[in-house]
Design a protein around this ligand. Structure first.
Ligand SMILES: Cc1cc2nc3c(=O)[nH]c(=O)nc-3n(C[C@H](O)[C@H](O)[C@H](O)COP(=O)(O)OP(=O)(O)OC[C@H]3O[C@@H](n4cnc5c(N)ncnc54)[C@H](O)[C@@H]3O)c2cc1C
Length: 565
């Protein structure tokens, strides 16, 4: 039988069976109206979920038989830059061709533009699998996500011009970062000037660290309001490579994800289209774009964790020392169990967040067609807040876990782990960026901390703690409830008047505790649905986070007492 990254992973299929999927599909398919005019649109929920399975099986096939086998060559060869243009590695070109031929570009776009109208859950599952096959390639594929920004905020004219091209396989990039403007995007300087004479905008300046910077269609953050210095002077533009005016000055030589070209771009009077309203570029559109892209990195992290676990488990089964396979040594087995638990916890949070995003974004989209009912408006508001609160946790903790997992993967391999012949050497390098781009872990903490201090995470935990669990999982649910109390005590402690100054310094620990406990509750729910797949991970993870929460509490208490004396 041919290898297939989807059918081989029963755990992935589990996420499509979640009870919320039915509601998501009904909303996404507008009660299956599209099936009247589009031959491949589903007629009911079962058909829609079957479509998801079929497409994911195709993704699984391409991952196992095209992308993964090409990964070693792509990592060695890398892209090159000549005459202001990028040439992909030969394996990258083949990967892109395979994805294009299978109709995997513009997957989430509505049928009318040639997309598959996929919800976020299966789209991110595809990203998860592609990342496991080659974490560098997924960047090129997943930048199709930028189309969502054009779909949400662009005019009809822009949507009709660009979205069918994305669905037909043209690639995208997201041009935000500049040499002096990284985490602090509000200081971006690339200049947008409106020409009355030509009735269009022109861009001038430099962008740095742009993934797939020689793409066909760019989203560009630029300063349209002369004399401004902050985010309120920035707008979002679309640059079409067919118009010319952007040159790739160089490609960075990086530690990992080598197949993904990271470019320095020079804009010289490049014609561009304003996307949405002026001044809303950073405040509204980049925030929305980044939230989507952050979940993409959480999926990339899950994929890397999956690949790391698979490689480590395989090696540990076949490597013998002291007369037996090393997987039988408790110290090695513990590493493997922890890796699997962190992988399953990452996915539990990732796919839960994806479901929240699906629900609120689809309702938001429906609101453009008709007035939402009061209960739909309430639903939209609830899930928008959940998505906003969970996204930085999924990205931040997913990225950190993937780095811990590749570290353990190399450890399980011993000396061989440093050798190029082993996939884990590449995974180790590829994982590093997941805690840096799309906002560093520190920036995720800044986005999340208000949900700790305003009690929102505590209220979510309270809701999750009331969810029914199987008898098997009851003891774990009790431990989680204890951890929840410890977490709340720490948040309360930091809120006391004389300690408020310490919150910034302690916020990583508070946010990590919240994320761990929420992941724990979700993983326990997965284990209730399927103990065979997730039971062990739930037990290992809850024990792991119990120790981490105690450590954080102890640190905070000591920090406070030392700081006060
Ligand atoms: C391989 C790669 C691909 C990339 N692709 C893209 C892309 O496609 N498009 C794009 O626009 N950008 C891209 N980037 C840029 C990326 O998003 C930035 O590197 C990232 O946002 C961090 O910015 P910086 O590198 O300038 O670091 P800095 O902002 O200088 O940060 C340095 C350190 O300071 C910390 N720090 C900064 N501010 C704060 C704060 N307020 N509080 C606490 N800590 C803080 C950071 O967490 C970090 O540890 C890419 C980067 C890389 C490495």
């Amino acid at each position: 039988m041919m290898a297939n990254s989807y059918t081989e992973q029963e755990a992935l299929q589990h996420y499509l069976r979640h009870p919320l999927m039915e509601r998501i599909v009904q909303l996404k398919e507008r009660n299956f109206e599209a099936s009247k005019s589009c031959s491949y649109a589903p007629k009911n929920v079962e058909e829609a979920v079957d479509n998801y399975h079929s497409v994911l099986e195709i993704v699984g096939d391409i991952c196992a038989n095209v992308i993964a086998p090409n990964a070693f060559g792509v990592d060695n060869e890398g892209p090159t830059c000549a005459d202001g243009k990028v040439n992909y590695a030969s394996g990258t070109r083949k990967n892109l061709q395979a994805c294009k031929q299978a109709g995997l570009m513009g997957m989430s776009m509505p049928y009318q533009y040639g997309g598959l109208n996929f919800s976020n859950v299966p789209y991110l599952m595809a990203a998860d699998m592609i990342s496991a096959a080659d974490a560098g390639f997924v960047n090129l594929w997943a930048l199709q996500d930028c189309a969502q920004t054009i779909y949400e905020f662009g005019s009809e004219e822009l949507k009709n011009k660009f979205l069918p091209r994305v669905c037909a396989g043209e690639t995208m990039s997201m041009d935000l970062t500049e040499p002096d403007s990284g985490s602090d995007l509000q200081s971006a300087q690339l200049k947008a000037t409106y020409s009355e004479q030509d009735d269009c905008w022109y861009l001038n300046g430099v962008k740095r660290f742009i993934t797939n910077g020689d793409s066909d269609i760019h989203l560009v953050l630029a300063r349209s309001e002369e004399g401004t210095k902050d985010g309120r002077g920035l707008s979002m533009f679309i640059y079409d490579k067919r118009d010319g005016g952007v040159e790739v000055r160089r490609i960075e030589h990086k530690m990992g994800i080598k197949g993904s070209p990271t470019c320095e771009l020079v804009y010289k009077n490049a014609k561009a289209y304003l996307c949405g309203d002026r001044r809303m570029g950073l405040i509204k559109y980049v925030m929305s774009l980044m939230n989507g892209a952050r979940l993409g990195i959480a999926a990339q992290s899950a994929g890397i964790s999956q690949a790391a676990y698979k490689e480590a488990a395989y090696y540990a089964k076949h490597r013998k020392q002291f007369g037996k396979p090393i997987e039988e040594m408790p110290a090695v087995a513990e590493m493997l169990d922890n890796m699997k638990a962190k992988l399953d916890a990452t996915r539990a949070l990732l796919y839960q967040t994806a479901r929240y995003v699906d629900l609120y974004k689809t309702l938001e989209d429906i609101a453009k067609e008709r007035k939402l009912l009061p209960e739909e408006r309430a639903e939209q508001k609830k899930y928008a807040k959940m998505a906003d609160a969970f996204t930085p946790l999924a990205k931040g903790l997913g990225g950190e876990f993937s780095n811990q997992n590749v570290y353990d993967c190399v450890q399980v391999h011993g000396g061989s782990g440093l050798m190029k012949e082993y996939t884990c050497e590449r995974l180790y390098r590829d994982a590093r960026v997941t805690t840096i781009y799309e906002g560093t872990t520190q920036m995720q903490v800044i986005a999340a901390i208000r949900y700790a201090t305003n009690g929102f995470y505590a209220s979510v935990m309270q809701e999750f703690s009331q969810m029914p669990v199987t008898e098997n999982m009851q003891p774990l649910q009790c431990v989680l409830q204890e951890l929840q109390e410890k977490y709340i005590a720490m948040v309360d402690l930091m809120q006391t008047d004389n300690l408020k100054d310490y919150i910034d310094a302690m916020s990583r620990r508070l946010v990590e505790m919240a994320g761990y406990i929420i992941m724990g509750y979700l993983l326990v729910q997965d284990a209730c649905a399927n103990d065979y797949l997730f039971g062990k991970s739930a037990r290992v993870f809850v024990a792991y986070i119990a120790a981490e929460v105690d450590k954080h509490c102890s640190y905070i208490q000591r920090f406070v007492s030392i700081g006060r004396c």
